[in-house]
Design a protein around this ligand. Structure first.
Ligand code: GLA
Length: 394
C-alpha cells in the first residue's frame, strides 16, 4: 500500500472510530460502510457531481459508503471534450471528496465503446484519424488519466463491456476498439495502465459475466479472456461484475458465487461494481414513464421483496468469496437512477426512495452485512495487494 492509500485508509479508520463514539453510535455503527469494514469489505456507490454538492445526497455518500466510482466524470467524453482540452473538475472533485471522507476510488473507465468524445469518433469516421493514430491517442489517454491520479485510485476499470451478448460469447469483433485496433489492444491497455500506476488494481468490467442470466455463456468468455491475459503475464488484477439485474429475468446467486470463485481461483480479485435491481413500476401516462417523482402518490410501490432478495443474493455471493473486495451500487437513490431513462417503464432499482428514505432494499443489505463477521475476512491489503493471498487460488 503506498503512502497516499495508507493515509486514506487511516482516515477511514479514524472516521469510523469517530462515528463510533458519536452520540448516535448505534446508527453510525450500522452504516453500510461500517458493517462492511468488519471484514474489510468496501461498500460503494457510483457518484455524480450532485451526490457531492447537494447536502442530503453528500451526507449519505459520505456516511454510507467506503468506495466511490465516478458515474461519468472519468469517462473520455467528459475529461477531454475537445482534443487536447481537458476538464478534470468533476474527477478531481470526486477524488478529493473520497479522500476527505476516508473513501477509496474505483476509476471508471478507460476503454469503452460508449461515451467517447465526438472529436474522436467523428475523426475515425471521416478518416482524419487513422488506426495507428487512434492507437496512439488511446495510449496517450490512458497514460494521461492514470498518471494524473497515480496513487489515488484503488481499482481501475481498464476495459468495459468488450464481450458479446451471445451464446457462445466472445470479444466483440465489431466493438469500436477491437474493429480498429485488433484484439491485442486489450493486453496493451492493461500494460499502459500498469506503466502509469503500478499500484492500482486493474480490472476487466462487464455485465452478466457471473451467470446472471443462468447460462454462463458470457462468464465462459470472460473467464477465457482473463485466463489468457494472465497466461500472457498481462497485469490484470480483478474482474468487475456490474450486477445490473432486472426482475423480469432470472437470477441465480449460487451460480454467481461459483463464477466469482472461479475468477478468484485464477488469483484475481473480484468486485460487484454497478449493482441495481430494476422492475416495471406503476405508471400513469401513455409513455409508461415510471413513477419516481417526489410527488409519487403510492409510496409503497418501492417495497418489493424480490428486489430485496436479489440485492441480498448478490451481496451474499460477494461475501462468500474472500477475493471479493468491494460491493458497489450504481447510485443509491431512485430519483437519480439511470434506469427510468434507459428502460421504458422500469425503475425502483436502487436502495433509497425518491425522498431519500432508505427502502427495504437498503435494510436487506444492512441486515446481510450485519452477519458479515461470519464471512471470510478480506485481507487488509485486499485494499491493493497483488500477492494473491486471498486463499482462493488453487
Ligand atoms: C454501464 C457503464 C456505466 C454506466 C451504466 C449506466 O453499466 O459501465 O458507466 O454508464 O452503464 O448508467
Amino acid at each position: 500500500m503506498n503512502v497516499r492509500l495508507m493515509a486514506a485508509a487511516a482516515a477511514s479508520v479514524l472516521a469510523l472510530a469517530g462515528t463510533a463514539i458519536a452520540a448516535d453510535a448505534p446508527t453510525s455503527a450500522s452504516t453500510l460502510r461500517a458493517l462492511g469494514a468488519q471484514i474489510h469489505l468496501r461498500i460503494g456507490t457510483a457518484a455524480v457531481p450532485s451526490d457531492l454538492s447537494d447536502p442530503a445526497l453528500s451526507q449519505i455518500t459520505a456516511d454510507q459508503f467506503s468506495v466511490l466510482t465516478p458515474g461519468n466524470e472519468m469517462k473520455w467524453q467528459v475529461v477531454e471534450p475537445q482534443q487536447g482540452n481537458f476538464n478534470w473538475t468533476g474527477a478531481d472533485n470526486l477524488v478529493n471528496f473520497a479522500e476527505e471522507h476516508g473513501e477509496l476510488v474505483r476509476g471508471h473507465t478507460l476503454v469503452w465503446h460508449n461515451q467517447l468524445p465526438n472529436w474522436l469518433t467523428q475523426g475515425v469516421t471521416n478518416g482524419t484519424i487513422s488506426d495507428s493514430q487512434l492507437r496512439d491517442l488511446l495510449h496517450q489517454h490512458i497514460t494521461t488519466e492514470v498518471s494524473r491520479y497515480r496513487g489515488r485510485i484503488w481499482q481501475w476499470d481498464v476495459l468495459n463491456e468488450m464481450l458479446a451478448d451471445a451464446n457462445p460469447s466472445q470479444v466483440k469483433p465489431t466493438d469500436f476498439w477491437i474493429s480498429h485496433l485488433g484484439v491485442g489492444i486489450i493486453a496493451d491497455a492493461f500494460r499502459w495502465a500498469h506503466a502509469a500506476d503500478p499500484e492500482a488494481l486493474l480490472c476487466y468490467n462487464d455485465y452478466n459475466i457471473a451467470g446472471e442470466d443462468g447460462s454462463n455463456a458470457k462468464f465462459n468468455a470472460a473467464f477465457a479472456l482473463v485466463r489468457d491475459l494472465l497466461a500472457q503475464k498481462v497485469p490484470i488484477d480483478c474482474v468487475g461484475d456490474q450486477g445490473h439485474l432486472d426482475l423480469q429475468y432470472g437470477f441465480n446467486p449460487v451460480l454467481m458465487t461459483e463464477d466469482l470463485h472461479a475468477y478468484a481461483k485464477l488469483g484475481l480479485k473480484v468486485a460487484i461494481t454497478e449493482a441495481d435491481v430494476r422492475m416495471f413500476v406503476e405508471t400513469t401516462d401513455s409513455n409508461q414513464t415510471p413513477i419516481v417523482s417526489p410527488t409519487d402518490p403510492t409510496p409503497n410501490h418501492t417495497a418489493n421483496p424480490a428486489a430485496s432478495d436479489w440485492f441480498i443474493g448478490m451481496l451474499q455471493s460477494c461475501l462468500a468469496v474472500k477475493a471479493c473486495i468491494s460491493f458497489t451500487v450504481w447510485g443509491f437513490a431512485d430519483a437519480e437512477s439511470w434506469v427510468p431513462g434507459a428502460f421504458r417503464g422500469e425503475g425502483n432499482a436502487t436502495i433509497y426512495d425518491v425522498n431519500l428514505n432508505p427502502k427495504p432494499q437498503y435494510t436487506a443489505l444492512q441486515q446481510t452485512l450485519s452477519l458479515a463477521p461470519g464471512a471470510p475476512r478480506r485481507s487488509r491489503g485486499g485494499d491493493r495487494d497483488r500477492e494473491g493471498d486471498e486463499g482462493d487460488r488453487d
